[in-house]
Design a protein around this ligand. Structure first.
Ligand code: ARG
Length: 261
């Protein structure tokens, strides 16, 4: 995460130094506006989507599940992150402005989360003030059953547009993808094997994927939150689906955590 921020900072400085390039010759689209292989998303169609920010810059995605609770990935909150540096931006398809910016009062990561394996990669944030729901800010329901292999799903985020790129997007992007069930994802059809654990579910489609900076964000199927962006080998690589925390598997933990965080 910090690496990503440093890289983003370098990119920003490079842009500053490149200011002499006449407007119109600057590299703009298609660099501006992709997850990997994605297209621009309007916040009205994904009103649960938030940017989780550390010290004022985008860090991870998150999903609103009530007017005071956001779900994100545990790996987004690893030390030295404290609640005091965390804010969420809701109600905007821009990660840097618009909508509302709300301070995080406290967070709780799954006690069984492990950095190396990314097992149980789930966490909840409690907001200092309540969100006011409207057309751009809404809660999403947690899935009760893991979606079937092949089910249609959507991922949104402000993450990188390619694994080998330093560019992440300033406006929200989405891809339509397909669920790869846990048993499929760990099978010889793909290359992860036993790294796919009970708390995980996958999604894959040719040339499209979530990527760095999308972590913590929503994988939605049938109008419900079915996954949280967690990890993957590179992004959109053949035989390596995007791996997500399985919300249905982790639902009991989320329901308990949102009461005690
Ligand atoms: N770990 C990444 C993050 O922190 C998310 C990577 C998702 N990778 C993938 N191939 N879907 O932002």
């Amino acid at each position: 995460m910090y690496l990503l921020q440093i890289v983003a900072l370098l990119g920003f400085l490079a842009l500053g130094y490149g200011a002499a390039i006449p407007t119109g010759l600057e590299p703009q689209s298609p660099l501006d506006g992709r997850i990997v292989g994605g297209v621009a998303a309007s916040i009205e169609n994904h009103p649960w989507m938030v940017s989780v920010q550390t010290s004022g810059s985008h860090h991870c995605g998150g999903s609103i599940i009530s007017n005071t609770i956001v779900v994100t990935a545990a790996h987004c909150l690893e030390s030295p992150i404290t609640a005091s540096v965390l804010r969420i931006r809701a109600g905007s398809n821009r990660r840097s402005y618009g909508g509302v910016l709300v301070q995080v009062a406290a967070f709780k990561a799954h006690e069984g989360y492990k950095t190396a394996s990314k097992v149980n990669d789930i966490a909840v944030l409690r907001l200092q003030s309540s969100l006011t729901f409207g057309s751009t800010i809404k809660a999403i329901a947690l899935a009760t059953v893991s979606p079937a292999n092949g089910a249609a799903a959507t991922v949104t985020g402000w993450g990188k547009i390619a694994y080998n790129s330093y560019t992440s997007t300033s406006t929200l992007n989405y891809i339509d993808t397909r669920i790869v069930s846990r048993s499929q994802c760990g099978s010889s059809s793909y290359s992860y094997g036993s790294r796919i654990r009970e708390s995980m579910i996958c999604a894959a489609i040719a040339n499209k994927d979530s990527c760095n900076g999308d972590s913590g964000g929503p994988l939605v199927s049938g109008g419900q939150l079915v996954g949280v962006v967690s990890w993957g080998v590179e992004c959109a690589a053949a035989k390596y689906p995007g791996v997500y925390a399985d919300v249905a598997e982790l639902r009991t933990w989320i329901l308990q955590a949102q009461k005690t965080v």
